[in-house]
Design a protein around this ligand. Sequence first.
Ligand code: IDP
Length: 148
Amino acid sequence: MEKTYLMVKPDGVQRGLVGEIVARFEKKGFQLVGAKLMSVSKETAEQHYAEHKERPFFGELVDFITSSPVFAMVWEGENVIATARQMMGATNPKDAAPGTIRGDFGVTVGKNIIHGSDSPESAEREIAIFFKEEELTTYNKQINEWVY
Ligand code: IDP
């Protein structure tokens, strides 16, 4: 089954949106296989956002993600990577459709509430950055037979 890395960013945690966000993915029918509230070190932030190293906002992005705890999660499900991206909405909340997480709760691109892997390669890379293998669980969720 496909896995993705989702992270409620510092603004989402500070604004009390963790429960709301977890609930959306649970209600959709996806399965939570790992989660933790954590502080992100500068090294981890730079590794996670390495593809944006040359962008003018890189320093700001690293400062922001390390400024306060994040809620790191791994979710599992059929097409969970692409579907989670749709549920998050466009990167800039001003372009994100109502009904999406960024569309409903965000205002600016710098504080857009949530991160989600954008491909199977990023998902694998990002899960490995934030989680040790033993922090991820495998379990049979009974409701899955009513989802699939
Ligand atoms: P994504 O989070 O939707 O995958 P990316 O293009 O990978 O979007 O950008 C990573 C993060 O960098 C965004 O979520 C956003 O918080 C931040 N970001 C992107 N563009 C800008 C910008 O122009 N100014 C400030 N922050 C930005």
